[in-house]
Design a protein around this ligand. Structure first.
Ligand SMILES: C[S@@+](CC[C@H](N)C(=O)[O-])C[C@H]1O[C@@H](n2cnc3c(N)ncnc32)[C@H](O)[C@@H]1O
Length: 161
């Protein structure tokens, strides 16, 4: 089982497509919690995800309840990435099967989702800065989680590098 990224009701197709591409490249699964602000097959999603979408393991959940039902069966921790996190992501000990949940671009996640999380982690920002782009935040936190858990794919140097 690998790490997973989950997007709570994403608003912007290009951000979700960017994260789908990262998921495919880094061998993690991607979970989209509906309703999303764009349809399945959105052109912006496909442009950002490119042909990597064909290799991405993407699951759409009809609702947060459906997502939580899936997670209960899988018995995996829910790690909420939020500007209101209680701990810096670099100080958090990730497990190899954690689910890293990212909030909506417009509104983060509601209180019930905060309450359901096993941990809430933040990327520390300068005072006065509100938040990072969701795809960038996801990339930073996923990178640290993969580093800690030894989850990066094996490195194959390019023959001409
Ligand atoms: C544009 S932000 C959402 C801003 C929203 N107004 C809020 O209050 O949460 C979209 C998502 O990116 C992630 N994110 C952005 N900056 C972050 C940070 N500094 N630490 C952790 N997650 C962050 C979170 O998952 C957040 O829900």
């Amino acid at each position: 089982m690998t790490l997973a990224l989950a997007l709570y009701q994403p608003d912007i197709a290009q951000n979700a497509g960017t994260l789908a591409r990262a998921a495919a490249c880094l061998d993690v699964t991607l979970h989209i919690i509906e309703p999303a602000g764009f349809p399945v097959g959105d052109a912006g999603f496909r442009r950002a995800g490119m042909d990597y979408l064909d290799r991405a393991a993407i699951t759409r959940h009809d609702s947060f309840t459906a997502f939580e039902n899936w997670r209960a069966v899988e018995r995996r921790r829910l790690i909420l990435c939020t500007t209101r996190g209680a701990v810096a992501y670099t100080a958090f000990a990730f497990a190899p099967d954690d689910v890293l949940l990212l909030g909506r671009e417009s509104a983060g996640v509601p209180e019930e989702v905060h309450a359901a999380a096993d941990a809430r982690i933040a990327i520390p920002l300068m005072e006065g800065a509100r938040s990072l782009n969701v795809a960038l935040a996801g990339a930073m936190i996923l990178g640290e989680a993969l580093r800690q858990t030894g989850g990066f794919p094996p490195y194959h140097p390019h023959p001409q590098a």
